[in-house]
Design a protein around this ligand. Structure first.
Ligand code: GLA
Length: 674
């Protein structure tokens, strides 16, 4: 941990701009003291201690694959693996080399939207996206890397990279000889398709947006395994974080090209989006497991990928576990089933069931134990700032109000965050959230955060100052221009009970200052397309902002078409001044590897975000990872969310279950047939 400088020291060091922030600190209310519930304990290791890439003398495979090889249905394992596979070090495994077989039982509340992740589709979250997608670099395991070795994300599909002296060109080298799960070669054809026909194609709602990566990188293919990004300005290793999950994950171009309008004159972008529909699995993937069956609202079953390109030090091809289930129920049920032992995993993240879950997990016979990490889960209200996209006089006036700092300050003061937290769970779980980085982020500093205490009087005063009056005596303020009642449609995900409870709490709190909230629930599958289209007034949702470089587009105005709560219309986008500064800070953050400088940029982001109520923060809570005790190699220090979600951080391809404790496979002896 580097020493945190006091505000005064920082302002002395960096001159006018930061000194101005220091003045603000002095007058602003300070964040109340926080009590961490984190009980995670672990040893930090070197960056190269987790895995490396090298050839081993010989390789082994899951025993049931032997028959498929002798029947000629699969080539021998050594031919399916790259010449230098990714090798996990035994020393970094908490339980050592594993045994093959068995099932890993996930339970999720999401539903697969489709498998064309290149076009922005998700597969239902809860770790299923990450089971099928592999990305150029990897963030999950970084929680275990010691500070002095933190030089950015870990390698994955890209095993190495180098910069030119000016840091304007980044050349990346793919692992040579990786194959898709159907045996097709993975190479720069897939990289060119990902970049040229998805990222750079404005008709495709790719997760990484053209222009957002390094301020507008260009990509050139050098050979089958080498490609180069050229940037318009100096960059740093930090920029590479944008190539981890969920942005830098290539799709099977040998399948997708046939449905893409650039390669097929009769294809449309709609048909391209649905080129790999959720109900027609399997599809070729690079991940450890291949989806082979999907029963709507019941289950997605995945079987081991016989071409997976990672091994252990004894040459055993990974994953150890043959089959993976995603039962399709609810997020709360994920925790219930983990506690009951019918599910193997939960990111315990629903405060509504914390008290009961903690009680149950303390029983020595409980199938799981619960350890909290830092507060990294945060909920917020996103107000739609795109006034020029609003239709009708009322919406235009409302969005105009949203763009007014005093209005946002009034909303923030009107919210009693302690009461919101207690409405979810009694106890010390929730801490007020003011937007920006959650307190568990390595970039969070309380002193850089502008705190808005609960103060209805102040809220009322600010609202009156904006000319808002209850002119018809119905208890709801009227807008000065249209004279209409001030009603905010608040969209939330119907499957998320904690979101619903917060909508309820906020609705009654805002009513007390004359703002009427109309809750609108949207099914989780339709939620992302709705949000991305910008067709909403306000959203209440959990949105974890931990790193400036992770899913930046969802949080900060780094490209014309993000974030969703401030889209660009035909006549451009009316950026608020602080948004311009935020976009600039993201570029500055990405152009340096100097941790102290990055910390200062992050502080400035935090101050801008909280002082301007860019989002109206609500509460932040810690989460606990629940893994069934029979599952080995689930490192006890794994945080639910840090650089990435725990499903990535725990490295599932290394998990195993002793043979005598394995549960029965639903599709034993099989692999995907295309
Ligand atoms: C959802 C869940 C999280 C986590 C992620 C993984 O958001 O709520 O706990 O499982 O999916 O993408």
């Amino acid at each position: 941990m580097t020493l945190r400088k006091t505000t005064l020291q920082r302002s002395l060091m960096t001159g006018a701009c930061i000194a101005a922030m220091a003045t603000t600190y002095a007058t602003a209310d300070q964040m109340p003291a926080e009590r961490s519930l984190s009980g995670l304990q672990y040893e930090l290791i070197g960056r190269g201690d987790i895995y490396s890439y090298r050839a081993l003398d010989s390789y082994n495979q899951a025993p049931f694959l032997d028959a498929l090889v002798s029947e000629g249905k699969l080539p021998p394992v050594s031919e399916r693996l790259p010449a230098e596979p990714l090798v996990f070090s035994t020393a970094a495994m908490s339980d050592g080399l594993g045994e093959y077989g068995g099932v890993f039982r996930h339970v999720i509340g999401g539903r697969p939207e489709g498998f064309n992740w290149l076009a922005g589709q998700h597969q239902g979250w809860g770790g299923i996206n990450m089971a099928v997608q592999e990305c150029l670099v990897r963030q999950g395991p970084r929680w275990q890397v010691k500070a002095e070795d933190q030089s950015g994300p870990l390698p994955n599909l890209a095993k190495s990279w180098e910069w030119n002296a000016e840091m304007t060109e980044l050349t990346m080298h793919l692992v040579e000889g990786i194959k898709w799960s159907d045996g097709d070669a993975f190479d720069t054809d897939d990289i060119a398709f990902w970049w040229n026909d998805n990222v750079e194609n404005e008709n495709v709602a790719s997760r990484i947006q053209a222009g957002s990566f390094g301020g507008g990188a260009k990509l050139d293919v050098i050979d089958a395994y080498t490609f180069k990004f050229t940037f318009p300005s100096k960059q740093s290793n930090t920029v590479i974080e944008g190539l981890a999950y969920i942005q830098g994950c290539p799709g099977p171009s040998h399948v997708l090209k046939a449905s893409h309008p650039t390669y097929n004159a009769s294809a449309t972008y709609d048909s391209y989006l649905n080129a790999m529909p959720a109900d027609n699995v399997p599809y070729p993937v690079l991940g450890a497991w291949v989806p082979v069956e999907h029963k709507a609202d019941e289950i997605v079953i995945l079987r081991r990928n016989p071409y997976y390109w990672k091994v252990d030090e004894a040459g055993n091809q990974l994953p150890y576990i043959n089959e993976m289930h995603f039962k399709l129920t609810t997020w709360d049920d994920r925790t219930t089933q983990a506690l009951a032992g019918t599910g193997d995993w939960s990111n315990m993240e629903n405060p509504g069931n914390y008290v009961e879950a903690l009680k149950q997990s303390q029983d020595p016979n409980s199938p799981v134990s619960a350890k909290f990490g830092p507060r990294t889960l945060a909920w917020r209200i996103e107000l739609n700032f795109a006034q020029n996209l609003a239709e009708g006089a009322y919406d235009k006036e409302l969005r105009g109000l949203f763009r007014n700092t005093d209005f946002r300050a009034a909303m923030s003061h009107a919210i009693d965050r302690d009461a919101v937290g207690q409405a979810l769970a009694r106890g010390p779980f929730a801490y007020p959230y003011m937007g920006g980085f959650a307190s568990g982020s390595p970039y969070y500093h309380a002193e850089a955060t502008h705190y808005t205490p609960f103060d209805q009087g102040k809220a009322a005063e600010l609202l009156a100052g904006l000319g808002l009056k209850d002119t018809d005596g119905n208890g709801v303020l009227n807008l000065p221009e249209t004279g209409e009642d001030l009603v905010i449609d608040m969209t939330f995900k119907s499957q998320r009970t904690d979101d619903r409870k917060q909508v309820d709490a906020v609705t009654s709190q805002l009513a007390e200052v004359g703002i009427r909230v109309l809750p609108k629930s949207v099914d989780e599958t339709s939620f992302d397309p709705m949000r991305n289209s910008g067709d909403f007034t306000a959203i209440l949702q959990r949105a974890n902002f931990i790193l400036p470089t992770r899913e930046t587009c969802g949080n900060l105005p780094v490209s014309d078409i993000c974030p969703a709560f401030h889209l660009t219309g035909a006549d451009g986008r009316d950026m608020m001044d602080f948004e311009v500064e935020l976009a600039d800070l993201v570029q500055k953050f990405g152009s340096t590897d100097d941790a102290a400088a990055q910390s200062q940029y992050a502080d400035r982001m935090q101050t801008l975000l909280s002082q301007n109520y860019y989002n109206i923060g609500l509460i932040q809570v810690p989460a606990a990872l629940l893994v069934n005790k029979r599952v080995k190699n689930a490192h006890p220090g794994t945080p639910v969310f840090m650089y990435e979600w725990a499903e990535d951080a725990v490295i599932r391809e290394r998990l195993w279950v002793p043979a005598d404790q394995q549960t029965e496979e639903l599709l034993p002896g099989t692999i995907a047939e295309y």
